[in-house]
Design a binder for this molecule. Structure first.
Ligand code: SAH
Length: 362
């Protein structure tokens, strides 16, 4: 049994079942035994590989798109370049190499990394030690000082706690994690009901036992970013796997050593994520006064941003095996069966602004 599993069981025995959000939050961020606090999740030895770790082209293209966004918002004299949940810092290192092509961008930008894990902060500092900007670390987005914003978040929102509700005869009741007769962790339902106003139309006819998810923590951050952009200007790119419109379905998943795992099996040792509801993120940002550009799939976004051209120039004059690896990376990042379709890109902007490869707001 993991150390954290014993701690969670003791907590439930003492004070009752946990919501899915409480469980996720403990598993991922417990100060002593949480997944991000203690583990090395990324790369071949970890549990999963994210897009920036697949290829430098990912961070470079995000950098190029953000340079376009910087032009579109009128090249502010000073702005905060922010990344939420930077992992190993790879995306930002590749981003800044691309941004160095525009010295004015680097002169105006102040880098803020929002990261709760002290261990990952150290790794990010190491990755960025030769970068042209020195990071300021923040615990939460709200701690980033006011001012225009250029913000990137890759696979950040999927790690934030979600709530789940189960369709019962009594309506949508919150899903819990409690203890069964033999003292093992098990799912159950509590008495809290989902308010009628939060039930999407698409879920109204869902059969008994269906699961519906809400993401108040993610929506609150999207709202704060939208509010900052509405009052100070800026752009934000949210890249994650998720869905365009909400529907009933259980997307909570655990990944352990590159394989799906039972969600309750290895608390603190497996990554826990849920698919992101992009419609809700866009609505939260708009509610705060910002605009949201039409959602793109990651494949479309990267191809329209010049992925193939970048792959071509990166491969020129390189040995055959390297060219093959670059082709594999293109397939992995943009292929519809790989990350191309499931992953989406949402751009939040100040009103009246658009920039390639996004269509204008309609
Ligand atoms: N963007 C990186 C890493 C994604 S993993 C990549 O694409 O490779 C999620 C990241 O978000 C990790 O750096 C994790 O420590 C951080 N994180 C998770 N929950 C967080 C929270 N509540 N506040 C701040 N950072 C968080």
């Amino acid at each position: 049994m993991t150390a954290l599993k014993a701690k969670i069981k003791a907590r439930i025995a003492a004070s009752g079942p946990l919501t899915i959000a409480e469980f996720m939050s403990v598993c991922l961020t417990d100060p002593e035994a949480g997944y991000y606090t203690t583990r090395e999740p990324f790369g071949a030895k970890g549990d999963f590989i994210t897009a920036p770790e697949v290829s430098q082209m990912f961070g470079e293209l995000i950098g190029a798109v953000c340079l376009g966004g910087y032009e579109a918002i009128g090249r502010p004299e000073a702005f905060h370049l922010v990344e939420l949940g930077p992992g190993r810092g790879t995306l930002m290192a590749d981003f800044l190499r691309m941004a160095a092509l525009r010295p004015a961008f680097l002169d105006a930008g102040e880098l803020h990394l929002v990261e709760m894990s002290a261990r990952l902060r150290a790794l990010q500092s190491e990755t960025l030690k030769a970068a042209p900007l020195t990071p300021h670390f923040q615990d939460r987005f709200q701690d980033v000082p006011e001012g225009p914003l250029i913000l990137v978040a890759n696979e950040f929102f999927d790690a934030l706690p979600i709530h789940q509700f189960v369709r019962t005869k009594g309506g949508w009741q919150e899903r819990h994690i409690g203890l069964d007769a033999s003292g093992e962790l098990c799912f159950g339902v509590g008495s809290v009901r989902l308010p009628e106003a939060l039930t999407p139309a698409s879920a109204q006819d869902a059969p008994l036992g269906s699961i519906l998810e809400t993401q108040p923590a993610a929506n609150a951050i999207a709202h704060d970013i939208g509010s900052r952009i509405a009052s100070h200007g800026g752009i934000a790119l949210f890249i994650d796997y998720g869905y365009e419109k909400p529907a009933a379905g259980d997307t909570l998943q655990a990944l352990h050593k590159h394989a799906f795992d039972d969600v309750l099996a290895h608390p603190g040792e497996a990554d826990l994520t849920a698919h992101v509801n992009f419609e809700a993120l866009a609505a939260a940002a708009k509610d705060a006064g910002a605009a949201a550009l039409p959602l793109m799939t990651q494949g479309d976004f990267l191809l329209k941003s010049g992925l193939l051209e970048r792959a071509g120039s990166l491969g020129t004059g390189r040995p055959h095996t390297e060219q093959e690896a670059i082709r594999d990376a293109v397939e992995r990042l943009a292929g519809p069966d790989q990350m191309g379709k499931l992953f989406k890109v949402l751009a939040i902007t100040q009103k009246g602004v658009s920039f390639p490869p996004f269509d204008s707001d309609t």
